[in-house]
Design a protein around this ligand. Structure first.
Ligand code: NDP
Length: 444
C-alpha cells in the first residue's frame, strides 16, 4: 500500500475538504508502513474503511431570533466509526463549521477515543450557528431546534455527543433538556452535563488538565518535570483555562493567553487571581481579551500570537492550524522543547514535521487532549451505573488514562535509543485496536 495512491483516491472522493485530507494524511503517513508490515490490515482495506464515515448527516435548523425573524442554519453529525463503542465526539457551533472541518475532527476522534482505553467510537457534529452576540433565549431556541432533528440519530448506546468550540455547559443544558422532553427519557445521551443532572465532576477541567498531565508524562520520561517551566498557552476558552490552572498548580509559569482579538503577555506570569478574572470575563461576561486587557492595564498584542514569547513549553489550545511552520521555528529557536496540543490539529503539517525533526517532546492532539473525551467516557460509565464518583476518583482515573496513553505512544513510537515519536505512537496505537475489532466483524 502506498501513501500517494491512498491520498489520491481520498482526494478524488473528497474534493474541497482540505482539513479532512490534512488529518487523513497525517495518520496515513504513520500507519501505512505499519499496515505494510501487517498484511492482514491491507487485505481487509481497514484504513480505507476508517477514512469513509459510516454516515455523514446534514440537516436544516430553523429558528426565530429575538426580533421574530426566521433564521436558517445547517446542522451536521458525522458518525465516523463505531467498531469499539458508540460514536462519541463533540459538537462545534461556529460560523467556520463545514463538512471538511467536522470530518477531520470525526476522523481524529476515532484514533483518540481508541487511545483512551475506553469503549468509544468516533464522531463529531455541530453547526455554522454563531453563539457569539446571541441572547440566552436565542441560543436556547437554536439548541432546541438543532436537537429536534439530531435526536433521531443519537442515543446512549448509539451516539453520545459532547461540547467543543462554542458549546459549553449552557448549550449542553438546552440540548439535553430538549432531548429529554422529546424522548421522555433521562439517559446518558450527552456528556458535559451539569453535576446536578447527570454530569461528572472534573469533566469541564479534563481536557486542559489532561494536556498538562500528558506534558508532565513526556517530561518525566526524560527525567524532568513542569515545575518552574515557562509556558505559553493559546486560547482562553475551556481547554486553555484549565490548562493554565493545572500549570499553576504544578508550579509552572503561564506567560500568555489569547483569543480572536489578540494575545495577552503576562510578563511576570499569570496569577491565580488573574486567571479567575479571565474565566469570569470569558465565561460570564462573554467578552474579548482586548477589553479585559484594557480594563486591567495588561500588555496586549492585537496582531500577536503566543509563539513569539520565549518559553520551554507550549500549549496550543485554541483552534486547528493556529501554529504555522514559522511559529514552530521561532519556538524552537527560543528553546521550546515541549509542545502539548490541547486543541485538535493546531500545528500545521509543516510545523508538526519541524517539531518531529527536532526530536522534541511533541504530543499531538489525539493523545494530549484525549483527557476530555476520556472523562466523557467516565461520565457515561457513571450514568450507566447511576452513581457519581468523587472529584478525587475521577481525577485519579484521568491521570491513569493519560499515563496509559503515554505508555501506548512510547510502545509504538519508540525507535531504538532516539526520542519517542509521539505522532507515530499515537496514530499506530489508536489504529490497532479499531482495526482488530473491524477484522473480527468481517466485511461490512
Ligand atoms: P472554547 O470555545 O471554549 O474556546 C475556544 C478558544 O479558541 C477561544 O479562546 C477562542 O477565542 C479561540 N479561537 C477559536 N477560533 C479561533 C481562531 N480562528 N483564531 C484565534 N482564536 C480562536 O473551545 P474549547 O476550549 O472547548 O476548544 C478549544 C480546542 O480544543 C478546539 O480545537 C477543540 O476541538 C479542542 N478540544 C476541546 C475539547 C473539550 O473538551 N472542550 C476536547 C478535545 C479537544 P474567542 O473567545 O475569541 O472565540
Amino acid at each position: 500500500m502506498e501513501l500517494s495512491s491512498f491520498m489520491e483516491a481520498l482526494e478524488r472522493r473528497n474534493p474541497g475538504q482540505p482539513e479532512f485530507l490534512q488529518a487523513a494524511h497525517e495518520v496515513a503517513e504513520k500507519v501505512i508502513p505499519y499496515i505494510n508490515a501487517h498484511s492482514v490490515y491491507e487485505e481487509a482495506r481497514i484504513l480505507e474503511r476508517i477514512a469513509e464515515p459510516d454516515r455523514a448527516l446534514m440537516f436544516r435548523v430553523t429558528w426565530e431570533d429575538d426580533e421574530g425573524r426566521v433564521q436558517v442554519n445547517r446542522g451536521y453529525r458525522i458518525q465516523q466509526n463505531n467498531a469499539i463503542g458508540p460514536y462519541k465526539g463533540g459538537l462545534r457551533f461556529d460560523p467556520s463549521v463545514n463538512l471538511s472541518i467536522l470530518k477531520f475532527l470525526a476522523f481524529e476522534q476515532v484514533f483518540k477515543n481508541s487511545l483512551t482505553t475506553l469503549p468509544m467510537g468516533g464522531g463529531k457534529g455541530g453547526s455554522d450557528f454563531d453563539p457569539k452576540g446571541k441572547s440566552d433565549a436565542e441560543v436556547m431556541r437554536f439548541c432546541q431546534a438543532f436537537m429536534t432533528e439530531l435526536q433521531r440519530y443519537i442515543g446512549a448506546d448509539t451516539d453520545v455527543p459532547a461540547g467543543d468550540i462554542g458549546v459549553g455547559g449552557r448549550e449542553i443544558g438546552y440540548l439535553f433538556g430538549q432531548y429529554k422532553r422529546l424522548r421522555n427519557a433521562f439517559t446518558g445521551v450527552l456528556t458535559g452535563k451539569g453535576v446536578g443532572w447527570g454530569g461528572s465532576l472534573i469533566r469541564p477541567e479534563a481536557t486542559g488538565y489532561g494536556s498538562v498531565y500528558f506534558a508532565q508524562e513526556m517530561l518525566r520520561h526524560r527525567g524532568d518535570d513542569l515545575e518552574g517551566k515557562r509556558c505559553v498557552v493559546s486560547g482562553s476558552g475551556n481547554v486553555s483555562q484549565y490548562t493554565a490552572e493545572k500549570l499553576l498548580a504544578f508550579g509552572a509559569t503561564v506567560l500568555t493567553l489569547s483569543d480572536r482579538s489578540g494575545m495577552i503577555h503576562f510578563k511576570d506570569g499569570l496569577t491565580t487571581e488573574q486567571l479567575q478574572a479571565v474565566m469570569h470575563h470569558k465565561n460570564e461576561v462573554r467578552g474579548r481579551l482586548s477589553d479585559f486587557a484594557d480594563a486591567n492595564g495588561l500588555d496586549f498584542h492585537a496582531d500577536g500570537n503566543p509563539w513569539s514569547v520565549p518559553c520551554a513549553c507550549a500549549f496550543p489550545s485554541a483552534v486547528q492550524n493556529e501554529l504555522a511552520d514559522a511559529d514552530a521555528k521561532v519556538l524552537l529557536d527560543n528553546g521550546c522543547f515541549v509542545v502539548s496540543e490541547g486543541a485538535n490539529m493546531p500545528s500545521t503539517p509543516e510545523a508538526a514535521h519541524r517539531f518531529e525533526q527536532a526530536g522534541i517532546c511533541f504530543g499531538p492532539g489525539k493523545a494530549a487532549n484525549a483527557g476530555g473525551v476520556a472523562t466523557s467516557g467516565l461520565e457515561m460509565s457513571q450514568n450507566s451505573l447511576r452513581l457519581s464518583w468523587s472529584r478525587e476518583e475521577v481525577d485519579e482515573r484521568l491521570q491513569g488514562i493519560m499515563h496509559s496513553i503515554h505508555e501506548t505512544c512510547v510502545r509504538y513510537g519508540s525507535d531504538g535509543d532516539g526520542p519517542v515519536n509521539y505522532i507515530k505512537g499515537a496514530n499506530i496505537g489508536g489504529f490497532v485496536k479499531v482495526a482488530d475489532a473491524m477484522l473480527a466483524y468481517g466485511v461490512m
